[in-house]
Each structure stands twice: as structure tokens, then as C-alpha cells.
Ligand binder design. Sequence first.
Ligand code: C2E
Ligand code: MG
Ligand code: MG
Ligand code: MG
Length: 284
Amino acid sequence: HAKAAGRNNYAIFGEHMDELLRNRRRLENDLRSAVSTRSQLEVFYQPVFSTSGGTLCSLEALARWKHPTLGYISPDQFIPLAEEIGLIGEIGAFVLDDACKTMIALPDITIAVNSSAVELGSTDYARRVLTTLNKWRISPERLEIEMTETAATDNAGDLERTIAKLRTAGVRFAIDDFGTGYSSFSRVQKIEVDRVKIDKSFIDEMDRSDSRALVIAMIDMARAKGLKITAEGVETAEQRAALESLGCDDLQGFLLSRPLPRDAAVAFASRARLGATETKSGRA
Ligand code: C2E
Ligand code: MG
Ligand code: MG
Ligand code: MG
């Protein structure tokens, strides 16, 4: 009796596995064709604001995959898949190209792109990035590359040389999801970056005194190293006020703006810039 049940469970489990594998194969193939035709890939841009004066200072480019039947699939799902099946380089190149077009539309804005450890570890990544910037005649200072702590401390392949090459050319680097990696504080000492982005999970819990203490410690550490600090995932006015008073440089989150399609982001940024100019001339 028990044996029969066990066999039965196994059969169900096996069937379930088959289905998971089939879905995964399908998703892989769909991603391959999405990347090769590029028609389903998009880039959204989330505005980032400085705490001093609340001006728009940059945009973060975020990849989107609009699957024909499943709808939008989160980058948290398809980026790891793309890394595994060797498509991340092409996606990264697509996002960077799109970011360059956006920078041309918005001459005084900086754009941040996300880069995975797989890309940063590849030998020709630095050359490819600089070639793309050069192709669009964009000054490297206008590009910031975000990498997670894990990527930053992976030490895989040519990571260190890649970062050095790009930073020498003027490209800036940021540690993304700061605080979520393993032993952040000691490791971040070793890698040369310009900015840290405090992970949303800490911002979410800032009403708790222990989480707030962590945020303060992260800000102090970044300050001591001369790094800029962005808070990610700011959703409430309370969080904004607290982060401003703690000396955080920049804020990003749904409270300020969601990620927007390029046209909307360009319109948003142009309006923000116009607003800033009007305020300035109004004061003068
Ligand atoms: P990330 O780089 O940490 O980007 C921030 C994520 O938080 C984005 O999710 C953004 O939409 C979301 N977010 C921003 N503000 C808020 C907020 O106030 N509330 C909430 N709930 N969420 C907020 P998204 O676009 O889904 O991207 C997820 C992750 O996927 C990114 O995290 C990044 O690690 C990765 N990713 C996205 N695009 C690319 C890409 O082009 N290349 C690589 N390698 N990774 C990418
Ligand atoms: Mg990011
Ligand atoms: Mg992040
Ligand atoms: Mg993230």
C-alpha cells in the first residue's frame, strides 16, 4: 500500500519535472528568438533624483522582455536565464545601445546600466563598451555601470582589468543592491567604485531602529570612502525625509517615479529640466 503510494508520488513528481523542463526549454527558445529578433526586448528608464533640490540627475536603464503570450517577464527571471544560456552579452549590448540613444535625446543626463558578473568577466567587455560610446559620440563620464557586490568580488576572469580600463576612460561604477552581499563592508574596501546603491530591503525597514542603524552605517562608510550614495526603492514620504536628513545623495523609487518607456522618460526628463531652469530664472 505504502509502496504503491510512493510509486504514485514518484510518477506525479516525474510528470511535474517533465513539465518544468518543457517550460524551461520553451522559455529558453523564446528568449533566443526574442534576442535575435530584438522585437520583444525593451528598455525602461527609472528617474533618479538628488536630495539637494530634488533635481533629476540620472536614469537607470532596466531591461524588459515582452513575451508574446506570457506578457512582461521580469528581468529577475530572464537575466539569470540569459546568463546561463550565453545571451547576456547580446542583451547587455542591446541595453547599452538603447541607453546611448536616450543620452543623445537628453544631452545632460547620466545613464546607469546594469552589468552582470558574466559580462564584466569577459575579456572584450571594456572594449565593446568603449566602442559603443564612441560610435554614438557619447562621453564615457555619462555612463555608470552598476554591478552587484557578488559580481564585484567574484574575481572571475578579467573583472579587475575591465573595471580599471573603463574607469580610466571615465566610465563610473556603482555597487548595486549594496548590503545584500556577503561581508559587504570588508569587500567593498577592495574594489574601486564611485557609488553605492543601498538595497531596497533596508529602505523598506527603515522605521525599525536596527535597520535604520544599518542604513546610517552604510552611509557613513560610503562617505568615509568618498563615494556617492543612492537609496533604492523609496516608496514613502517618511523614507524620503529620513534619507534626506541622513545625508543620502540620491533617491530612486516608486514614490518619485516608476521606470518609464523611453519616450515617456525623455518627456519626463525634459519637463524636469525645464522646470529646474524656470525655477532658476524665476529666482534670479
Ligand atoms: P536593480 O538594478 O536593483 O534595479 C532596481 C529594481 O527595483 C528594478 O526592478 C526597479 O523597477 C525596482 N524598483 C525601483 N524602485 C522601486 C520601488 O519603489 N518599489 C519596488 N517594489 N521596486 C522598485 P526590475 O526592473 O524588475 O529589475 C530587477 C533587476 O533585474 C535589477 O535590479 C537588475 O539587477 C536586473 N536587471 C534589469 N535590467 C538589467 C540589464 O539590462 N542587465 C542586467 N545584467 N541586469 C538587469
Ligand atoms: Mg541596478
Ligand atoms: Mg538594486
Ligand atoms: Mg536588484
